[in-house]
Design a protein around this ligand. Structure first.
Ligand code: RP5
Length: 162
């Protein structure tokens, strides 16, 4: 299977988007990351998706900030599931990114995650769950990850008054 493709609008998005890569790595899933901008490199955007289709990429994770067209434009060129991560922006803190990504008109779907690092990590997790729907070994690793989280809560310290 081809690696999960992580795309982002700028190198400056990587501190957030690396959380998706880390989650995939933790779950034993191969990934590849590239900078592709909807505004600055529109031709590269299209050719990247044509190549992703040829390669058999199972899921695309796309992060962008501000007027964040990238996930929607990627989805326009492919039937591969696209998970959009709103990257926090300087002035509007990512609310602009969220609204840009989430309000897809009917007919072209983007799965929109939470703003920032948690959204990027969950994009990695959801990509694993999608792959897990047809790959039993990945599904087992996702279930083990969820079990670890449950055990961490169940075995947490007693809450006491100071
Ligand atoms: C968007 O503009 C990128 O996704 C990034 O979040 C934002 C700022 O990009 P830089 O000016 O830091 O390259 O296209």
């Amino acid at each position: 299977m081809a690696p999960v493709l992580i795309l982002m609008g700028s190198q400056s998005d990587w501190p957030i988007m690396q959380n998706a890569a880390q989650m995939l790595k933790d779950l034993g899933i191969a990934w590849r990351a590239e900078v592709v901008s909807a505004h600055r490199t529109p031709d590269l955007l299209k050719s990247t998706m044509v190549q992703a289709e040829r390669d058999g990429v199972p899921v695309v994770i796309a992060g962008a900030g501000g007027a964040a067209h990238l996930p929607g434009m990627l989805a326009a060129f492919t039937a591969i599931p696209v998970l959009g991560v709103p990257v926090p922006s300087q002035h509007l803190k990512g609310l602009d990114s969220l609204l840009s990504i989430v309000q897809m008109p009917k007919g072209v779907a983007v799965g929109t995650m939470a703003i920032g690092a948690a959204g990027a990590a969950n994009a990695g997790l959801l990509a694993a769950q999608i792959i897990g729907s047809f790959d039993a070994s990945v599904r087992e690793r996702v279930v083990a990850f969820r079990t670890q989280q449950r055990d961490a809560v169940m075995n947490g310290p007693e809450l006491e008054l100071p």
